[in-house]
Design a protein around this ligand. Structure first.
Ligand code: SF4
Length: 329
């Protein structure tokens, strides 16, 4: 992991833009949705706003067919007609159930929301992506639009510095009572939906994957009720998410991934959580070689460092069965 940077004292970076503190609060578009079905890409662009280059997703961070199906069924039950859904990852087409998921969304479109436009984002690189694009073109599904960025390099100076938290940039972003206002993404692109639930925006869903803030909204009904009642609802996610999000006050023309101190701390914690998940998994595969020995409920020994680490609660194991360890003494 890159070491954190101290931006305010580093003259190499300058502010690209910062939101008008008296500007409007962006209204989230509740008819458009980014389906963050996985967080694996393989291209490794600098400052990827789904953080795939710094922390590629694991299996438990993929949307399941059931999750998507439940969300679509709930949309039908509530009479909610989405106008745009975009498959995005990572590289969405490498999700093992991508085609099944596409069928589900197409079925929802044909039976319930014919105006729905289905977008599929791809970097267009490699044999696999090219074959998938050929197949999509051959199938000629109605209202399915391929957004092929056709990347030829992973150096993207045009990308916002995603892992530079605004709150590390300027003291005013840290003042109590400072109201983050969102940005064009929830307004023009729409909401995010990942393995945890709904978020005000796709990048925000990715932030919560790393920071574990628990901001997801499980049900569409909650979002629609909040919108009807004038409750802060999704907009309530702006303060915790935008304070961390490099889209809010990005730096200009940066060609490497920059990591500010708040992100650095969060990623260290994230890696420990992942390591602990792995330990739980390995507890069920005793034949596998592993670096962690589970000591008992809640703790494990990291062999290399001979230190005891804390494990996450059983409910936080990404779908693994409850713990049944043979304790090592
Ligand atoms: S979290 Fe980022 S992408 Fe989402 S509204 Fe805030 S600044 Fe925009």
């Amino acid at each position: 992991m890159n070491p954190p940077i101290n931006i305010p004292t580093n003259p190499a970076y300058r502010y690209h833009k910062a939101p008008d503190p008296n500007g409007p609060v962006y209204t989230p578009n509740i008819y458009q949705l980014e389906l963050e079905i996985n967080y694996n890409c393989g291209l490794g662009c600098n400052n990827c706003n789904r953080l795939t280059q710094i922390e590629a997703g694991n299996l438990s961070q993929m949307i399941t067919v059931k999750q998507l199906d439940d969300m679509l069924k709930e949309s039908v039950a509530l009479g909610h007609k989405w106008l745009k859904m975009k498959f995005i990852g990572g590289e969405a087409m490498i999700h093992p159930n991508f085609w099944e998921m596409l069928d589900l969304v197409c079925a929802y479109q044909q039976s319930f929301s014919p105006e729905l436009k289905i977008h599929i984002a791809t970097h267009g690189q490699g044999e696999f992506a090219r074959k998938c694009i050929l197949r999509l073109n051959a199938e000629r599904r109605p209202n399915v639009i391929i957004e092929n960025t056709n990347k030829t390099t992973n150096i993207r100076p045009e990308f916002d510095t995603m892992t530079v938290a605004p709150k590390d940039l300027r003291p005013e972003f840290n003042q109590p009572g400072y109201q983050y206002r969102g940005c064009w993404i929830p307004h023009w692109v729409g909401l995010g939906f990942n393995y945890q639930g709904f978020y005000v925006c796709g990048p925000g869903a990715g932030i919560d994957r790393i920071f574990d803030l628990g901001l997801m909204i499980a049900k569409l009904k909650t979002i629609l009720d909040d919108a009807k009642n004038g409750s802060p609802g999704l907009i309530g996610q702006y303060n915790p998410l935008c304070a961390l999000c490099g889209h809010y006050a990005p730096l200009n023309g940066v060609k490497t991934t920059l990591i500010s101190p708040t992100w650095h701390k969060a990623m260290v914690k994230y890696e420990k959580r992942q390591e602990a998940r792995l330990a739980l998994k390995h507890a069920y595969s005793p034949s596998q070689k592993h670096s962690l020995v589970v000591l008992g409920q809640g703790t494990a020994l990291r062999k290399s460092e001979k230190t005891v680490i804390k494990l996450p609660p059983a409910s936080d194991t990404g779908g693994l069965p409850p713990m049944r360890f043979k304790f090592n003494k």
